[in-house]
Design a binder for this molecule. Structure first.
Ligand code: NAD
Ligand code: UDP
Length: 317
């Protein structure tokens, strides 16, 4: 049986990875300090003898008993409001946390996978973004704490690969959505769905002409696991190239929910990237991966989850 450590395993993406790997017969150690995630995300796995939940801040020395085959480093605040509220923790987990996770992978002779991000491209001047693009990031801007932490994490990962011979993989994840996103995490999708279902106005930032490309979580998880099993050391974009403006996205969610909500325009946050679309040629060629879920399909599946969350909050339609 393969043993896998997932840092940030109680978060949105990490918990889906825990599910997939437990289902595939791995023994999974989920390590999290619950700063933006929650034990609720993995509560259904508690009691499974192949699943272990450990509360730990991975910016401190990581101790894991026994062998490890894989270390998947997903710990990091990830939504803009989270990392704006937690700037130092975000920099620390990207820098110190990545260092500790790499040190553990080296000690255990385990394969290491870093959850990087499309944010390494910043506000891109090349469109769509191939992995060969070096990015356009403002190091001293508000988003710099996340973008630069991830850029440092990529550099650290490559240094451990080149200097220590650690088997490493780097996935640059584009905007992913699905169940277990926090309704209050400030990202466009949970915010818009929550607003639409409650009949509140949808808050579009700027004039809404900025674009994003949204990927359903099952596709992202499949891409990550294909990369993990491949021999590809260079970074790989995982994302759905189906790009749209945020204004059209808001309209799509109003239509999907049948809401009567209006759209209101608010100030565009500092350094908010104006365009984003992954070039996934590498993932297609090297991993045989491409998204299987259309945005419409993913949104329908996610809507049920958001409805349930609102009902639980006693604040539903
Ligand atoms: P999330 O906030 O739901 O999950 C992150 C998890 O990491 C949380 O459970 C949090 O408590 C934990 N964590 C943070 N700091 C920690 C620390 N010091 N020690 C231990 N645990 C810690 O976010 P997510 O959307 O699931 O993102 C997971 C990873 O994927 C992040 O590294 C993020 O940068 C990356 N990513 C996500 C997306 C996306 O669209 N969701 C896109 C690009 C990259
Ligand atoms: N956005 C918006 N209204 C909201 C939340 C987000 O218009 O209530 C915009 C945000 O400015 C950005 C896009 O939606 O242009 C995606 O934002 P998100 O926070 O989901 O992800 P990121 O900016 O990290 O891609």
């Amino acid at each position: 049986m393969q043993r896998t450590l997932i840092t940030g395993g109680a978060g949105f993406l990490g918990s889906h990875l825990c599910d997939r790997l437990v289902a595939e017969g791995h023994e999974v150690i989920c390590m999290d300090n619950f700063i933006t995630g929650s034990p609720k995300n993995v509560a259904h796995l508690i009691g499974n003898p192949h699943f272990h939940l450990i509360e730990h801040d991975v910016t401190n020395y990581i101790y894991v008993d026994g062998p490890l085959d894989y270390v998947l480093h997903f710990a990091s605040p990830a939504s803009p409001i989270d990392y704006l509220q937690l700037p130092i923790q975000t920099l620390k987990v990207g820098a110190l946390g990545t260092h500790k996770a790499l040190g553990l992978a080296k000690a255990k002779d385990a394969r290491f996978l870093l959850a990087s991000t499309s944010e390494v491209y910043g506000d891109p001047l090349v469109h769509p973004q191939p992995e060969t693009y070096w990015g356009n990031v403002n190091p001293v801007g508000l988003r710099g704490v996340y973008d630069e932490a991830k850029r440092f994490a990529e550099a650290m990962t490559m240094a451990y690969h080149r200097y220590h011979g650690v088997e490493t993989r780097i996935v640059r994840i584009f905007n992913t959505f699905g169940k277990r996103m926090r309704l209050d995490d400030g990202r466009a999708l949970p915010t818009f769905m929550g607003q639409a279902l409650q009949g509140h106005p949808l808050t579009v930032y700027g004039d809404g002409s900025q674009t994003r490309s949204f990927t359903y979580v099952k596709d992202t998880v499949e891409g990550i696991l294909r990369l993990l099993q491949s021999d590809v050391v260079e970074p790989i974009n995982i994302g759905n190239p189906d790009e749209l403006t945020i204004l059209d996205f808001a309209k799509e969610i109003i239509a999907l929910t049948g809401s009567t909500s209006k759209i209101v325009f608010e100030l565009l946050p500092e350094d908010d990237p104006l365009i984003r679309q992954p070039d996934i040629s590498r993932a297609r060629t090297l991993l045989g991966w491409q998204p299987q879920f259309s945005r419409a399909e993913g949104l329908r599946l996610t809507l049920d989850y958001v409805r349930e969350q609102l009902r639980d909050l006693g604040d539903g339609e």
